[in-house]
Design a protein around this ligand. Structure first.
Ligand code: NAD
Length: 440
């Protein structure tokens, strides 16, 4: 199949590269010339494990190209994916669909011959019907089918997730849309080998599935975070509780890790957009509303937890922060808990020094007033406290006695529970974590 992928962000680029690896002929389009130049030099504008090598392999095979020329890419394509951003709209928290609709209109103008236009961006229920309406209004003559195909990949494991998804969800305009169904089956055919379930449904169901899945996961994280608070008050250990809960197959152990609250480019904006859509339709989602409020408050409370660990005052103290990206193995800083925790500490007078393997490029502008170190030991040198916010692998195996020896103080706040309290205490740390008792 000939594919045009509109938008080369985390989702568009990964999807484009993976579809070319499936054997399709893919042209990735972006309106940012700088991004396309970077890609054409063989570099990736984002950090995603394995992406650069897979991209090079498929560029070399001649199946993958990058361009700013949307018109020609769309005219030549059988399938056009829209994978542009849908950030939270400033002011009201609704999903901002302006990029999706603008892309749809550009696509409409360029369609040549039967084309399936597929929305991969996360869009609220009803948006695909509006995409269809706009395309048909612009080009009543054009033979098109509109499909919703939400993406479930996780940054940091994006290629693996795209190549081995739990399922592929495909929303069609109508049950009788056999041509679109055939194109979608053909696009994902290599997944048949793995017997990946394809869920064919309506546009509305596909749209709601994506938001419901993200909101459910966000609720699971928020639930275990509140249980962690209860553990702290009572001497319970949230890791033991999560294990005991998660071994029940109806619950499952994933997304039961207590921490500083969820962040990232999807959960915060998607829970908010879902809540607003539901409110507008007079079908309230009170659980989602509470999840959003509890998670926002939690990020602020994590800064207070650090201040409390420093005897209630961080003014003039040097605090090393390990990890600022919203999770490991990505450079994405969108809505990261560190964007609340670090500024609160700086405002309270702390001198914050950050180490993060990939976060500096994005993080420097977002965290004014912080200094940057080359690694954890550099950040900890002379520090009164070390705070772990993101569980990068390189922070999991630190030489704790060495880290402690470099510091001026002995406080460690581990917001990801990556160390055993007894091991941290043995290395000399006054150690606290999330929902676990201090070492006996
Ligand atoms: P992003 O902001 O990283 O990338 C969007 C890209 O689209 C940008 O490079 C932008 O220049 C380009 N673009 C915008 N309008 C364009 C146009 N008219 N023509 C050409 N290019 C255009 O976004 P992302 O993180 O890849 O997310 C894209 C969508 O996928 C969002 O709806 C998001 O919610 C969803 N999603 C994201 C993830 C994730 O992990 N990031 C996972 C699943 C779903």
């Amino acid at each position: 199949m000939r594919v045009a992928m509109i938008g080369t962000g985390y989702v568009g680029l990964v999807s484009g590269v993976c579809f070319s690896d499936f054997g399709h002929e893919v042209v990735c389009v972006d309106q940012q010339t700088e991004k396309i130049d970077t890609l054409n030099r063989g570099e990736t504008p984002i950090y995603e494990p394995g992406l650069k090598a897979l991209m090079a392999k498929n560029v070399d095979s001649g199946r993958l190209r990058f361009t700013t020329d949307l018109e020609n890419a769309v005219a030549a394509a059988d399938a056009v994916f829209i994978a542009v951003g849908t950030p939270a709209r400033r002011g009201d928290g609704h999903a901002d669909l302006s990029y999706v609709y603008a892309a749809a209109e550009e696509v409409a103008a360029a369609i040549d011959g039967f084309t399936v236009v597929i929305t991969k961006s996360t869009v609220p229920v009803g948006a695909n019907r509006e995409v269809a309406r706009r395309i048909r209004a612009a080009r009543p003559d054009a033979p098109v089918a509109i499909v919703s195909n939400p993406e479930f990949l996780r940054e940091g494991a994006a290629i693996e997730d795209f190549m081995r998804p739990d399922r592929v969800v495909v929303g069609l305009e109508s049950d009788r849309d056999e041509r679109a169904r055939t194109v979608m089956s053909e696009l994902y055919r290599p997944l048949n080998l793995r017997e990946t379930p394809m869920v064919f449904t309506t546009l509305e169901s596909a749209e709601i599935t994506k938001y419901a899945a993200n909101a459910f996961l966000a609720a699971k994280i928020t639930f275990i975070n509140e249980i962690a608070d209860l553990c702290e008050k009572t001497g319970g250990d949230v890791q033991a509780v999560a294990k005991g809960m998660g071994l029940d197959n109806r619950i499952g152990g994933k997304f039961l890790h207590a921490g500083p609250g969820y962040g990232g480019s999807c959960f915060p904006k998607d829970t908010l957009a879902l809540f607003h859509t539901a409110q507008e339709l007079d079908s309230p989602l009170r659980i989602v509303e509470t999840v959003i409020a509890v998670n926002n408050a939690r990020k602020r409370r994590m800064a207070e937890k650090v201040i409390a660990a420093c005897d209630g005052d961080v003014a003039g103290r040097r605090i090393a922060i390990l990890g600022v990206t919203f999770k490991p193995d990505t450079d994405d800083m969108r809505d990261a808990p560190a964007l609340v925790i670090a500024p609160t500490l700086i405002e309270a007078g702390a001198h914050v020094v950050i180490a993060d393997p990939e976060g500096r490029k994005e993080g420097e502008a977002l965290l004014p007033g912080a200094a940057w170190a080359v690694d954890a030991y550099d950040a900890a040198t002379g520090a009164d406290a070390v705070v772990i916010i993101t569980e990068w692998n390189e922070f999991r195996g630190l030489d704790l006695p060495r880290l402690h020896a470099l510091m001026a103080g002995d406080v460690m706040v581990d917001l990801r529970n990556i160390y055993r309290p007894a091991a941290a205490a043995a290395a000399g740390f006054a150690y606290s974590s999330v929902g676990r008792p201090a070492a006996a």
